[in-house]
Design a protein around this ligand. Structure first.
Ligand code: ADP
Length: 238
């Protein structure tokens, strides 16, 4: 019915009206499901961001997780996050919306958060969760595709496009992991002043390295590499 032509991502799609968290269910199902299996729900009652922060997921958005078994080590987890971010930006592009990646795991449009990505991994299996605001109401400071375009967007088309882009990005991740970092970098907000939240680091977010670490140049000229983990950045006033 969805006519998904993908090779891995979306080989099987499990749809639920409601779930606590698609990532939690995917982690459970990963015990016996093949890679590529997607869990998608109309709404999540306990959607999560990083370190347990709440992710608002009312009906109208795409709330999904995919089970993956990439031939990578755990240090490569940022590449899986970037794969999700690239797929989201490409999906938005298809609907005429220019999106940018905010290191490490958000996608912004007009400076506001339109999507969040949460990759959780353990021994060989990674669950990649994506929350994308489409027609749903959003928290203050966030934005939806509907807000940008001024009218409702066909949710199933958005989902189908996202699955196709994820499938492409996944084969790239497996064949040439470095190119996923390059792709994410070309769509990332860089060259701007940032503050690393909770750390005493302030400077220009210059670049990312091959492991996805953010390279920040302090006013003193000192360069710090911020490791992907639970850290966030805030854009500072110029
Ligand atoms: P960050 O990457 O910015 O540190 P997380 O990935 O942990 O954030 O995501 C959780 C945060 O995202 C919440 O604390 C809230 O500020 C914001 N948020 C929650 N729901 C949504 C949503 N549907 N759209 C955009 N932002 C949201």
């Amino acid at each position: 019915m969805l006519s998904l032509q993908t090779s891995i991502v979306g080989r099987k799609v499990i749809y639920l009206r409601e779930v606590e968290s698609t990532n939690d269910l995917a982690k459970l199902l990963a015990l016996h499901e093949d890679e590529g299996t997607v869990i998608v729900a109309d709404r999540q009652t306990r959607g999560r961001g990083r370190i347990g922060r709440r992710w608002e997921s009312p009906e109208g958005g795409v709330w999904m997780s995919v089970i993956l078994r990439p031939p990578l080590v755990l240090e490569d987890l940022p590449k899986v996050v970037f794969m999700g971010a690239v797929a989201v930006v490409e999906t938005l592009e298809k609907f005429g919306i220019p999106g940018k990646v905010k290191w490490p795991n958000d996608v912004l449009v007009e400076g506001r958060k339109i999507a969040g990505i949460l990759a959780e991994g353990k021994a060989g299996t990674v669950v990649l969760g994506i929350g994308l605001n489409v027609n749903n109401p959003v928290p203050e400071g966030a934005i939806s595709m509907k807000d940008v375009l001024g009218s409702n967007v066909p949710l199933v088309d958005v989902f189908r496009t996202l699955i196709a882009r994820l499938d492409e990005a996944y084969s790239l991740l497996k064949e040439r992991p470095a190119s996923i970092v390059e792709k994410a970098k070309s769509r990332m907000i860089l060259g701007v002043p940032v503050i690393v939240v909770g750390e005493d680091i302030e400077g220009i977010a210059e670049d990312i390295d091959e492991f996805g670490r953010l390279i920040v140049r302090k006013p003193s000229g000192e360069v710090v590499k911020v490791v992907y983990g639970d850290l966030s950045i805030r854009f500072a006033q110029r």
